[in-house]
Ligand binder design. Structure first.
Ligand SMILES: Cc1ncc(COP(=O)(O)O)c(C=O)c1O
Length: 369
């Protein structure tokens, strides 16, 4: 089997599973004051320190959540529902559903919502964003790397615009965390979303970086864990796995994955005349390749690929089962027909050169049929 669906999720690293097994001994509630509780809390704090170090922030600025979806919900609802800041929300047209849907839910509750469009590479229009910001704008949410095309957004420029206007800035870094350099303070991000299962960590755990100094309304109320921002008993095993996954990520892996991804694109272009890449050539997260084939349907091709042992997807995994064209590709100017001929191939640090060559040949053969 060749697994090229790493943007959907990654295979957990064996060292991650080993770290999670520590929860067998440290099974206490991390909020309990006895020995077992203290041991669990210590392990959680080590994981928090690893996440914080990757972002160059303080550990107490990291809030563990049940994943990227919850972190995005907490960022958007947390700011917009925090009373004084209730008002206007600006997001990009290419956000993940876990940003789009809470934004729409907030709109139903009376918040004003604006969407900023992108160019044909999927990169947001900065001058359009600047024009949308007003005194009433509470939050701008623009993702770091797009999950369908890999397109990276100009975070530092967006951060500068937000700072000038006194607007909070959230970025969903679920697809870029540990793969692209990202220091919230440098780019002026007040809130940053992370997800463990995109980096060979466990599913169902993530985090939100929260810069101190502004009010965030929790979306889960209860025992007051995570500084009151995320109540609920800590999922110790998952958090330990997340910490281990962060520790295992290395910059040199990203460079290698990028070379392999570019090799895959080059081979596909050679072997499939008329194939087109979606997203910027250079400013893309390392592992993602989105291509539109000249004819046929991506759904048919994916099934044929699956029969040959190749796992890939047509854009985002969570909307793959739904028959509507990708909002990301439509926002970039592709037609519904082109979007329906688009395939996402996503690599990991375990992808090999032989797999890349083999997949390029299989796709070329199937696309010709
Ligand atoms: C860009 C982006 N944001 C958010 C998420 C949601 O993260 P999670 O699956 O941890 O809820 C994903 C992946 O599913 C994603 O690709």
């Amino acid at each position: 089997m060749i697994y090229l669906d790493n943007a959907a999720t990654t295979r957990p690293d064996p060292a991650v599973l080993e770290a999670m097994a520590q929860a067998r001994e440290d099974y206490g509630n991390a909020s309990s004051v006895h020995r077992l509780g203290v041991a669990a809390a210590k392990a959680v704090e080590m994981a928090r320190a690893a996440v914080a170090e990757a972002l160059q922030v303080r550990p107490d600025e990291v809030v563990f959540t049940s994943g990227g979806t919850e972190a995005n919900n907490l960022a958007l609802k947390g700011v917009l529902l925090a009373g004084a800041r209730r008002g206007h929300l600006v997001i990009s047209a290419v956000e993940h559903p876990s940003v789009l849907e809470p934004a729409r839910a907030l709109q139903r509750l009376g918040c004003r919502l604006s969407l900023v469009g992108t160019d044909s590479d999927g990169v947001i229009d900065l001058s359009a964003l600047a024009k949308l910001l007003t005194e009433r704008t509470s939050l701008v949410s623009v993702m770091h790397a797009n999950n369908e095309t890999g397109a990276l957004q100009p975070l530092a420029e967006i951060g500068r615009l937000c700072r000038r206007r006194g607007v909070l800035f959230h970025t969903d870094a679920s697809q870029s965390f540990t793969k692209e350099a990202l220091e919230p303070r440098r780019v002026g991000a007040d809130l940053v979303t992370m997800s463990a299962h995109k980096i060979h960590g466990p599913k169902g755990v993530g985090a939100l970086y929260v810069r101190p100094g502004f009010r965030l309304e929790p979306i889960l109320h209860g025992g007051g864990q995570e500084g009151g921002l995320r109540s609920g008993t800590h999922n110790t095993a998952a958090i330990l796995g997340f910490g281990a996954a962060v520790g295992l990520s290395r910059a040199r892996d990203a460079a290698r994955v990028r070379r392999l991804r570019d090799r895959l694109e080059a081979r596909l272009r050679e072997l499939v005349p008329g194939l087109r890449r979606n997203g910027p050539r250079a400013r893309r997260v390392c592992g993602i390749l989105s291509v539109t084939i000249p004819r046929g349907r991506a759904g048919d091709l994916l099934q044929a690929l699956s029969r040959e042992g190749v796992c890939a997807s047509a854009g985002a995994a969570c909307s793959a089962a739904v028959a509507h064209p990708s909002h990301v590709l439509l926002a970039m100017g592709l037609s519904a027909d082109e979007a329906g001929r688009t395939l996402r191939l996503s690599l990991s640090r375990w992808t090999t050169a032989a797999e890349v060559e083999s997949v390029a040949r299989i796709i070329a053969r199937l696309a010709q049929r």
